[in-house]
Write a protein that binds this ligand. Structure first.
Ligand SMILES: *[C@@H]1O[C@H](CO)[C@@H](O)[C@H](O)[C@H]1NC(C)=O
Ligand SMILES: *[C@@H]1O[C@H](CO)[C@@H](O)[C@H](O)[C@H]1NC(C)=O
Ligand SMILES: *[C@@H]1O[C@H](CO)[C@@H](O)[C@H](O)[C@H]1NC(C)=O
Ligand SMILES: *[C@@H]1O[C@H](CO)[C@@H](O)[C@H](O)[C@H]1NC(C)=O
Ligand SMILES: *[C@@H]1O[C@H](CO)[C@@H](O)[C@H](O)[C@H]1NC(C)=O
Length: 562
């Protein structure tokens, strides 16, 4: 097996630079997580859920900007497993991203320690299982990144801070749902909606007169959800890492994959109030309720459940446009969020992405620019790092819609490190869509109905658009984002509609530099698991040439040590 000079270079970068992989001066937080099956009854029937340390939803991750998070995940399921991190950017370190394209799955009975750093980040996010439709069984939980003590936060410390995970839910387990998709069928409507793992009655305790922060994330599989609280207003303060203009809403649309922080003041007569979550843009509206419970409550919830928007698209579009950055507020650093003038930077490239649905070989598939993604046997990032050929082709997806029929490929789009680009999501389908890009926050500069044209740029918000990680695209509409490609790696761009991403509506954006400097990208982590073409033969050869100290540990699977 010939290893060329490029391989030598990458292997050198691997063991010549073992040190300083995480910044030692920043605090460490350690987590030991056991992932198991367990019985859950969210909609009243027994289901086999995926638990983390026997919890459903899983435990929250609490952290502060720049913390190192060392998360040792033991897979006690009977299937390969990976967790991924919606919103954690894994700067210079896409190896830790925990998706098919970056990280070898953790085999049943084995473990893997994620080494994450929440570098230069604040905000509310969540983690979730990324493989094999596991997300339909649980395994998700909240992530919060607080500001460092001396960085001002643009609102007073709340009396309490609650994670509110909302999402649609099926009574069928994930293996049945997956089998359904594997047979090439579409999923039926979900059976209900959960709030923090409960189909009804999830309670949040408040004291009259005090103000609370609610971090609401839609961890569901497909539905946009409307969130509201009877007789209470919500002040929006943060969206996926950006402090927003503090606008007050009586209900809020949370599209699948998105996170919002609101402040709620318990300023009503002391009793219990309905928290309501209902599905948007569905012919049958699914609704669930929780309870806002005053500590001095004089009685249970009463009165009609407050109604909310159902199929109205303009209502949602107008609300989305009203969400702006507070330019004078600090973000993760003490300087104001508005000190980076994204609107004055010229974009060097426009990528236009259009989704489609159709059949391939008699089975339902979903595609972006006609390519329906199929995973390779080897994580794309490892293949790239070790220059293993035959795994993927850069340019296997076009950066503009081709209009052709759907075909399958391991889609990877190349992009230049440090470029400043525009991505336009065109949605010609009649359902709402939601897209997430790992590794980045991006500015949502515009969205509107119809076809995007270059004239659409005239209506962009180039001043105070919100920077976030997941953007919705309304039916027969477009959304446009700006991104500074300052994070080298192999980054998953996917539909957050889980059946769609499972059946191909995703690809990888390869942000590449020839540099092997640690300033640009970290080497592969020491404990990386191996799989696919990244195999023993390659390692044994590398060991003989490069005098690696390779350790085969049968009890824990094959792990790279150097
Ligand atoms: C995880 O939980 C399972 C089931 O209770 C148990 O058998 C296993 O030993 C646990 N693993 C770890 C690493 O704690
Ligand atoms: C899912 O449910 C089916 C019955 O519908 C059952 O045969 C299967 O074992 C279940 N899978 C899991 C993982 O519980
Ligand atoms: C598995 O867990 C052990 C501690 O129990 C740890 O030493 C080891 O590094 C972990 N393995 C990986 C691949 O992270
Ligand atoms: C914006 O942030 C500043 C703190 O820099 C705060 O004083 C102000 O109230 C915020 N404005 C709005 C409209 O949210
Ligand atoms: C952007 O491009 C315009 C002309 O197309 C030019 O005048 C301007 O200086 C450029 N701005 C920057 C920041 O490069």
């Amino acid at each position: 097996m010939p290893l060329n000079l490029a391989v030598a270079a990458s292997i050198c970068s691997l063991f010549c630079s073992l040190f300083a992989i995480v910044s030692a001066e920043d605090p460490y937080r350690f987590f030991n997580w056991n992932v198991t099956y367990g019985d859950i009854y969210p909609l009243g029937v027994r289901q086999r859920g995926i638990l983390i340390n026997w919890q459903f939803p899983g435990p929250d991750i609490h952290s502060v900007t720049n913390d190192n998070l060392i998360i040792n995940v033991f897979n006690s399921l009977d299937e390969p497993f990976l967790l991924s991190w919606n919103g954690i950017q894994n700067r210079r370190n896409s190896f830790e991203d925990g998706v098919y394209g970056t990280t070898c799955p953790i085999p049943p009975g084995k473990n893997f320690t994620y080494i994450l750093q929440v570098k230069d980040q604040i905000g509310s996010f969540y983690y979730f299982p990324s493989l094999a439709f596991h997300k339909a069984a649980g395994g998700f939980g909240g992530i919060r990144i607080l500001s460092r003590p001396r960085i001002p936060v643009p609102f007073p410390d709340p009396a309490g801070d609650y994670t509110v995970l909302i999402g649609d839910w099926y009574k069928s387990n994930h293996t049945d749902l997956r089998a359904h998709l594997d047979k090439g069928k579409k999923l039926p409507l979900p059976d209900g909606i959960l709030i923090n793992g409960r189909g009804s009655g999830a309670a949040f305790n408040v004291e009259q007169g005090k103000t609370y922060r609610l971090r609401i994330s839609n961890v569901g599989l497909q539905n946009s959800l409307n969130f509201r609280i009877q007789n209470h207003k919500m002040k929006l303060v943060e969206v996926e890492g950006t402090h927003t203009l503090q606008t007050t809403y009586s209900s809020l649309d949370v599209h699948v994959g998105q996170s919002y922080s609101v402040l709620v003041t318990a300023d009503q007569p002391a009793r219990d109030y309905y928290i309501v979550v209902s599905s948007r843009f569905t012919s049958t509206v699914l609704t669930t309720t929780g309870i806002l419970h005053y500590s001095n409550s004089a009685g249970p919830v009463s009165g009609p459940i407050p109604g909310g928007p159902t199929v109205q698209i303009d209502w949602s579009l107008n609300q989305a446009r009203s969400i702006r950055s507070n330019l004078t507020a600090s973000g993760p650093r003490p300087n104001p969020q508005g000190s980076y003038h994204y609107g004055l930077i010229n974009t060097t490239k426009t990528i236009r992405l259009s989704s489609s649905a159709g059949q391939v070989n008699g089975k339902q598939r979903y595609a972006i620019n006609s390519v329906s993604f199929i995973p390779a046997d080897t994580p794309l990032k490892l293949a790239d790092y070790f220059k293993i050929g035959g795994v993927f082709r850069i340019g296997s997806i076009s950066d503009n819609p081709t209009g052709g029929g759907i075909y399958q490929d391991t889609a990877v789009m190349g992009a230049d490190y440090r470029a400043f680009i525009e991505i336009v999501f065109q949605n010609d389908e009649d359902i709402i869509q939601s897209y997430h890009l790992n590794g980045y926050q991006f500015w949502v500069v515009g969205m509107d109905g119809g076809q995007w044209t270059s004239a659409s740029r005239n209506q962009y918000n180039l001043r105070d658009a919100v920077a976030r990680v997941t953007v919705q695209v309304y039916p027969k509409s477009w959304s446009a984002i700006y991104i500074a490609l300052d994070n080298v790696g192999m980054w998953n761009l996917r539909s957050e509609s889980w059946a769609r991403q499972y059946l191909g509506q995703q690809f990888y954006l390869r942000v590449y530099t020839a540099s092997t400097s640690l300033r640009d990208e970290y080497p592969i982590p020491k404990n990386a698991r191996l799989c696919g073409k990244f195999n023993v033969a390659l390692l044994i050869y590398a060991r003989s040439v490069y005098k690696w100290n390779l350790k085969l540990t049968p009890a824990r699977g094959l792990i790279l040590f150097y």
